[in-house]
Design a protein around this ligand. Sequence first.
Ligand SMILES: [Zn+2]
Length: 339
Amino acid sequence: MNWSLIGHKNILKYLENSIESKRLAQAYLFYGPKNVGKNETAMQFVKALLCYEHQKEEGRADLKTVPCGACEFCREVGKKIHPDFFWLAKETGDKNISVEQIREIKDKLSAKSFFKSYKIAIISGAENLSLSAANALLKVLEEPRGRTIIILIAERIDGLPKTIVSRSQKIHFLPVGKKEIYEFLIKEKNVPRESAWPIATLSGGRPGVALSYLKNKDLWQKYLDNLNTFFKLVSAKNHEKIKFAEALLSEKGTLLEQSEALFPLLGFWQTIFRDILLSKLGLSDIIINSKIKSELERLAPYFEADRLVKINRDLENSKLYLRQNANPRLVLENILLNF
Ligand SMILES: [Zn+2]
C-alpha cells in the first residue's frame, strides 16, 4: 500500500516524517488551487495517523507511516464514521461555516479519544468560515489541547484571518507535473496513451480535473467539439469568424462572464498553434493534442513558423488584455481575424 495520491511527493515525505518523529502540529493549513489534491491528502494523512497508532497499539514490528488502507480504522476514516475523526464543511444551502459548527467540533475534540489516539478534525473550504466561526476557531487554536489536530483546507491563505494562519503549519500545494498525471492515468486508470496526454495537459496540473475528465464524458466531448470548431475556424472566411464570435459571446451574460469563457478557449488555441509549430519542426512526439496528430501535420505546411510564433504571442497578449478589462468581443474578433 502507498499513499494512493497523484504527485505531492515532498509533502507526503514531510507528513510521514512528522508522524514518525511525533513532531505534529496542532493545526495545519493545506492551501493551493482547487482540485489539486488537498482534501485527498488530508484524508490520507488522517488515515495514516490513526492507522499508525493502531499498528503501534498492536505492537507491530513493521510499523508503517503510510496508511494501510484496509484496516477498520482506515476504512472508517474513509467513510467519515471514525469516532475520533470529524469532517466539517459548509452545509449545502448555507452561506458559510457557522459558529455552531465550530462549537460542535470543539466539544468533540475536547472529549476523550475512543482509542487513546489522536482526535482529528478537517475543516474543508476554511475560507467559508463566518466571522464568528473564525473567532471561535481561533479560541480553540489558542488553547493547548493535547493530542488533537485540526487540518484547515483552503484555496488561498489571504481568505483567512491572519491570526488563524499564523497558528497553523502551512503546507502549500502546487500544481502536479503533467508527466506524473500522465503516468498515473496510464498505469492506474488504463487510459490509452493518445487520450492520456491531452487529459494530463488539459488538467493544468490538477489531478482532480484529470479524474473528472475520466468520470465525465461530456467534458471530453467538449474537448473534441472544441477541436472541431478550431478546424472550422482556421479555414473560415472573415465574416464567418465574426459570426462565430458573436454567437459565442451572446450566450454569455456580463462582460466578465464573456471574459471568463474566453480564457480557456484562448489557452486551448495556444496549445494547438504550439502543436502545429512542433509538427512543423518534426517534433510531433511531444505535441499535446495527439488525438489529432495527422490533422496537425497536414496543417503545418500552410503556416510559416514565424507566423505561428506570432499568433501564440497574440493569444498570450489577448489574455493579458482581458485581465485588463478589454472588451471580450474586440479581443476575440481581433485574434480570429489573424488566424
Ligand atoms: Zn490502516
